[in-house]
Design a protein around this ligand. Structure first.
Ligand SMILES: [Mn+2]
Length: 332
């Protein structure tokens, strides 16, 4: 794996040669991939290079305070770029239609912290290091000396986005990936002049009443299985519609149930279309990535996702068998 120094050299050389630059992360951008994109775009701008963040459909409302003056475009098949920088995913399956950019690009740089599982993006330069808590943390460690010397508005813009990437991927330091190194990087970012309590409020507490009502409806579906060690909950399209929400408005619902006593794993089934479910799997001790991969998904050991086409009752039954086996492994 290349070092952070060679990653920095590679990026600086590539952006100086490129005639056009695209930055993108996985479908349904999250507070790591998208905020790291915002930070990198601003950094490139301070180095004299324009870029475009290309997103698929989905609400960016959650990031409105973090994306001032950012250049963001929605995917169309007319776009193409000389340099494509992919953040926070390593599978072409996670790029949606934007995977088309890879074929026509002069160069592809990949920066990620997920375990590679399938359909690995064919990049000219890859930096995949799973020990990093977020891609934003990689960007910080790579460019921290550059960032520290920027004028205040640029420095704060970048620091706020990189800090938010850590908030997102640790769930405000509540996930098992939080360790001394995470606090060290968060401390370095804080020293750039940001206010963590304001970023926490902006990112986690900034909910509308209808988002909260929706959360309540999802929580009312809770079922416990396998000696109350596995929690299932689900949402229907109707719940989103009656609260006038997009699926992107409501993220991280699983965090509301992480404190339930005696749990080993959580699965949230979100209906995205009739008989199409997005599965969000969470666990501290079980490797839910192994289960997600079996359904064509992936992510991290303790937090993974996948899609399932079929009846909700069928996937629930299948997952209970998976979890029954997984629990046996930790009970031995
Ligand atoms: Mn991430």
């Amino acid at each position: 794996m290349p070092s952070l120094i060679s990653l920095r050299d590679e990026i600086i050389l590539s952006i100086s040669k490129a005639s056009s630059i695209c930055i993108m992360s996985h479908i349904n951008p999250d507070g790591d991939g998208f905020c790291a994109s915002l930070a990198l775009q601003r950094l490139f701008r301070t180095m004299g290079h324009k870029s475009v963040i290309v997103v698929d459909q989905g609400s960016l409302k959650r990031y409105e305070n973090l994306m001032k003056d950012a250049r963001i475009e929605l995917y169309t098949d007319e776009l193409n770029f000389d340099l494509v920088v992919v953040l926070d995913c390593n599978s072409t399956d996670r790029l949606g239609e934007r995977k088309q950019f890879l074929a026509s690009a002069g160069k592809v740089i990949l920066i990620d912290h997920h375990v590679p599982e399938h359909n690995l993006i064919n990049a000219d330069y890859s930096f995949i290091e799973t020990s990093f808590v977020s891609v934003g943390a990689i960007v910080h460690q790579c460019f921290k000396d550059d960032i520290a010397h920027l004028p205040e508005p640029d420095r704060l813009f970048i620091a706020e986005n990189l800090y938010t990437s850590i908030l997102n991927d640790t769930n405000n330091y509540a996930n098992a990936n939080t360790n001394a190194e995470v606090f060290r990087i968060a401390s370095e970012i804080t020293q750039l002049g940001i206010h963590p309590h304001l970023l926490y409020k902006q990112y986690f507490l900034n909910q509308t009443a209808s988002e909260m009502r929706y959360t309540g409806q999802v929580l009312s579906t809770i079922e416990l299985h396998l000696n109350k060690r596995i929690l299932f909950m689900d949402s229907t399209l109707e719940m989103l519609q009656e609260n006038e929400l997009d699926d992107e408005d409501v993220m991280n619902i699983t965090r509301w149930v992480q404190g339930v006593k005696g749990l080993e794993a959580i699965v949230y089934f979100r209906e995205e279309a009739p008989n199409l479910y997005k599965l969000s799997l969470r666990s501290v001790r079980l490797n839910v990535n192994q289960i997600a991969v079996r359904y064509g998904g992936g992510g991290h050991r303790s937090a993974s996702g996948a899609h399932y086409k079929g009846e909700l009752s069928t996937i629930k039954k299948e997952l209970l068998e998976e979890f029954s086996r997984a629990l046996d492994t930790i009970d031995q």
